[in-house]
Design a protein. Sequence first.
Length: 392
Amino acid sequence: MARPGHSAWPLLAGMLVLFAARASGQTQDCLSATFQGGRTFQTCNAMPVLGASLHWTYHTENGTADIAFRAPQNSNGWVAWGINPSGLFMAGSNVFIASQDSSGGVSILTTVLESTSPTLTNRSLSFEVPVTPAGEYVAGVYTIFATVKLPSNITTQNTVWQAGPGNTGAISPHPTSGPNLQSTRRLDFLSGQSTGGGSNSRLHRRNIHGILNAVSWGILIPLGAMIARYLRVFEAADPAWFYLHISCQLSGYVLGVAGWALGLKLGSESKGITYNPHRNIGIAIFCLATLQVFALMLRPDKKNKYRFYWNIYHHSVGYSAIVLSAINIFKGLDILKPAGGWKKAYIAILATLAGVALFLEAVTWVIVLRRRKSGKAHAAANGAGWQHQQGA
Ligand SMILES: *[C@@H]1O[C@H](CO)[C@@H](O)[C@H](O)[C@H]1NC(C)=O
Ligand SMILES: *[C@@H]1O[C@H](CO)[C@@H](O)[C@H](O)[C@H]1NC(C)=O
Ligand SMILES: *[C@@H]1O[C@H](CO)[C@@H](O)[C@H](O)[C@H]1NC(C)=O
């Protein structure tokens, strides 16, 4: 009985039309492509990032594919395409790298990427390359022509591609963020089907990691700290602030540890590229937060003389964790480079939290000073005022 409201249909239809137009547009771009020497290819795929496309003809009889890989890049830069028999990532990839030589021609280097900063020596690949590869550079677009015997005569292969800056023949490292890390795809050379496979689900998990950590360390934990600092000034909120604080921090900790563990997992899977500062700050935050959980159990009684030192410890560890978290969220945003709005959204949240904290800080001081004044007149021995607040 439930069906979308009438208003949903035009929107849906519009989206379908747009989608179809986009899809056919891509296929057209793909199929209308022309190549030097009258070469033609049976199938093509527009790749999801770096503006690249792959054109190929697969020969079942001998298990080879003639390919043309196309990607835009400025004339100093380079582009590369390859197959990785060991998995859907860069390390282990057998690649063709096209760059311009000093005479203005395109030279093709073949190599196997063994590490993060490979020495790019021209060497033969782990599969057969029956025809000498060639390249062209026309109107800001590189094309690599290659013929490969698909490893193990399997039609579905892990394909990788890349583009980066250079200096006429010298190949500089490509950016290690955003689209340059999403350029892997499993491709069936027979059917033409391709799936993001690991790369999309990996991107998905990176986003989950980012959201979990931004919500937990970036919002819940600072909020919990603010509750502890500003709510307890009000006598009426006396035990309530404590339980609110604890529930904020514990739920933040649980979500945060889940996000942290996912981050470590992503890090261990990211063969070749490690974001050491981001990783190390993450580990430090986890240690500080875990200390806080233990500190809760060791909390001396309010009247205990060590309570004063415990408070200093608890506050300094807590505030350090919050500051490190904000730094690390920015580092993470720089790695993930999500669509425009996210960084701004996080800055807005941070600014709001800081603004509210500043306002409440002022309110707290007014209340505390006023209370201290009347407290002095009343009964100095009572220990009212800021000291009392600190010890709450
Ligand atoms: C593979 O087969 C195709 C079609 O018969 C042929 O054109 C091509 O030259 C062959 N390639 C190799 C490397 O034998
Ligand atoms: C590759 O596999 C196809 C069938 O999948 C077969 O017809 C062909 O002979 C095989 N080629 C080689 C070189 O083993
Ligand atoms: C790599 O070696 C091949 C074959 O020897 C050669 O044709 C090609 O020009 C070399 N590429 C570079 C960049 O030196």
